[in-house]
Structure formats: structure tokens, C-alpha cells
Ligand binder design. Structure first.
Ligand code: FAD
Length: 302
């Protein structure tokens, strides 16, 4: 059996595996796709100490660093079941069962798409999902934010300080964000809030040049010219496969304590699949290190 088995090969998993392997204990990492969301990222400018890099380049460095240790890397394998017996057992989609004394779950998350024409086509060419990551790229430009929940309204407030103008589009007749955020939003001079509207299309040529939406009351379609669209309608953790094996929030995020421990002894979690409030590469890596040290601490006590 492994001492530490990491499930997920994004920045959280890679960091957890390296921290575990450096303790000289038997470490494995199983991932559906090594690199995770970073593989889909074009430019990265907030990975501290590296001014600019690209997703696949960062993933190549992660892989090189992981391979520098005696870590078993099982790529292109999907976990489908977790069970605590004498050891913790992880069953893979291919039927194999991996056993380990401790497990670190780092299966990440994915952004919910609006699913309108132009979204896929212009991702990275004006369509963005992370204001902390891509906000500065739109300095002085006009953007839309789709979604009037807390994350959409926070994004609009954040972006309003950087860009020329923000149009916020909410499908329902009211914003769902906390009142204090709504108040702040409405106080900003360069924000237009549209409620009861349905996004129809993100338009562009080689990059985004506008957004079309339908007023749900009049059923009229309008078009706004702008350079960027931030989609903020939710981040879905990749944790469905865990069912009710362990405690998750109502959003499906794995609940961890400050050592990265879940409510199953020996099972830890890190990164975007957890209830960590902010989802970023550097934060995932930090929490991966925390979970690995938490797991090591557990091993020396049990
Ligand atoms: P992920 O990166 O999501 O990795 C999850 C891993 O788990 C993957 O290997 C996946 O294949 C695997 N997995 C999932 N389910 C299973 C399963 N059942 N069995 C086995 N393996 C499984 N952050 C920044 O800091 N700066 C940026 O500039 C930035 N830009 C971004 C741009 C885009 C387009 C996106 C999508 C995200 C961006 N982010 C950025 C966010 C950042 O990528 C994430 O916060 C970070 O990747 C989270 O790391 P993670 O390891 O927790 O999860």
C-alpha cells in the first residue's frame, strides 16, 4: 500500500505529492489529466516569482518536479469510489483498487459555462472566468459580467476599479448577492446592472467585440459592444464521485480543517475541490503542502 495516495494532478496534487515524497514515504498520484485547469490556461501572471508563464509550460515544470522524486504517477485514470476499510481504498474507473494509509483528494473544480454561441470559441480571446487572473488584461476596456450572485457582483466591483465600464447581466429579476455588495455595486459610476435578461451570444471576429442579450420581459434582443466577458455563474467541484463518503458543503466542496483534514481520519483534501474561499494556483499549491504535512503528521501518530 501507499503511505500517501494523491487523487488529482493539478497544482494542489502535485504540491501534495512532492511534499509527501520529500518525507521519504511511499507516494502515488492518480490523475484523470495531469495539470488540471492549468492545462487550459493561456497566460499566468500571478504565480508569484514568475512574471509571466503559460499553463502548459507550468504543467511541464510541475511534471518535471514530481518526476524528480520516486512518485508513482498514474495519469489518465479516474477515481470513482472511496472507502475506508483497514486502509483507505480508491477504486478507479478501470476497476483497479489502490490502497493507502492516507489519501489526499485534490480533484479540483470546473467553471460553469453559460453555453451560448461564442463562449467556447472566444475563451482566452475575451471570454474569461477569473477576475483575479485576467482582470488586469482588460484595463481601460469595456467588459460584461454574467451572473448576479456573490461572485458575479464581487467580480463587477473588482473589475470596475480596473476597466472603463462594466455591464452586469443577471437572468433573474433580482441580484442574489449580499445586500452590502449590491449597495457597493450600485454606488459605482461605471457599472450598468441589467436584470431579467438572458445572454444569447458572445460576438466577435478573432476576439470578443460584444454581447447579445434578450430582455425577458419584452423579449427584445439587444447588443452591447465590449471587449471582454467574465462568466461568473458558479464553480463546480469535481467531487460527485465521493457521494456521501465524507462531509461536503451544499456546493459540493469537501470540508477541511486547517490541517487539510476531512471528517474521515486519514483522508485529507486540498485545492479547488475544498471549501477554501479563494481558488488560485498559488493557493492550491499551499493547501496541497498543508494537506501533505497533515497526512505525514497523521502517519507518525497512527
Ligand atoms: P485542478 O487544477 O482542477 O486539478 C484537478 C486534478 O484532478 C486534475 O488533474 C484532474 O484531471 C483531476 N481529477 C478530477 N477528478 C478526478 C477523478 N475523479 N479521479 C482522478 N483525477 C481527477 N489561477 C491562477 O492563480 N492564475 C491564473 O492566471 C489562472 N487562470 C485560470 C484560467 C482558466 C481558464 C482556469 C480554468 C483557471 C485559472 N486559474 C488561475 C485557476 C487555477 O487553475 C485553479 O485554482 C487551480 O488549477 C486549482 O488547482 P487544483 O489542483 O485544486 O485543481
Amino acid at each position: 500500500p501507499y503511505d500517501v495516495l494523491v487523487v488529482g494532478g493539478g497544482p494542489a496534487g502535485a504540491s501534495a505529492a512532492i511534499y509527501a515524497a520529500r518525507k521519504g514515504i511511499r507516494t502515488g498520484i492518480v490523475a484523470e489529466r495531469f495539470g488540471g485547469q492549468v492545462m487550459d490556461t493561456v497566460g499566468i501572471e500571478n504565480f508569484i516569482s514568475v512574471k509571466h508563464t503559460e499553463g502548459p509550460k507550468l504543467v511541464a515544470s510541475l511534471e518535471e518536479h514530481v518526476k524528480d522524486y520516486g512518485i508513482d504517477v498514474m495519469n489518465l485514470q479516474r477515481a470513482k469510489h472511496l472507502e475506508k476499510k483497514e486502509l483507505i481504498e480508491i477504486e478507479l474507473e478501470n476497476g483497479a483498487v489502490l490502497k493507502s494509509k492516507t489519501v489526499i483528494l485534490s480533484t479540483g473544480a470546473r467553471w460553469r459555462n453559460v453555453g451560448v454561441p461564442g463562449e467556447k470559441e472566444f475563451t482566452g480571446k475575451g471570454v474569461a472566468y477569473c477576475p483575479h487572473c485576467d482582470g488586469p488584461l482588460f484595463e481601460g476596456k469595456r467588459v460584461a459580467v454574467i451572473g448576479g450572485g456573490n461572485s458575479g457582483v464581487e467580480a463587477a466591483i473588482d473589475l470596475a476599479g480596473i476597466v472603463k465600464h462594466v455591464t452586469l447581466l443577471e437572468f433573474n429579476s433580482e441580484l442574489k448577492a449580499d445586500a452590502v455588495l449590491q449597495k457597493r455595486l450600485h454606488s459605482l459610476p461605471n457599472v450598468t446592472v441589467l436584470t431579467n435578461v438572458q445572454t444569447k451570444e458572445i460576438t466577435g471576429t478573432d476576439k470578443v467585440n460584444g454581447i447579445s442579450y434578450m430582455d425577458r420581459e419584452t423579449e427584445e434582443t439587444h447588443h452591447v459592444e465590449l471587449e471582454g466577458v467574465f462568466v461568473q455563474i458558479g464553480l463546480i467541484p469535481n467531487t460527485d464521485w465521493l457521494g456521501d463518503a465524507l462531509e461536503r458543503t451544499r456546493f459540493g466542496e469537501i470540508v477541511v480543517d486547517k490541517h487539510g483534514a476531512t471528517d474521515i481520519p486519514g483522508v485529507f483534501a486540498a485545492g479547488d475541490c475544498t471549501n477554501s474561499p479563494y481558488k488560485q494556483i498559488i493557493i492550491s499549491m499551499g493547501s496541497g503542502a498543508t494537506a501533505a504535512l497533515g497526512a505525514f503528521d497523521y502517519l507518525i501518530r497512527n
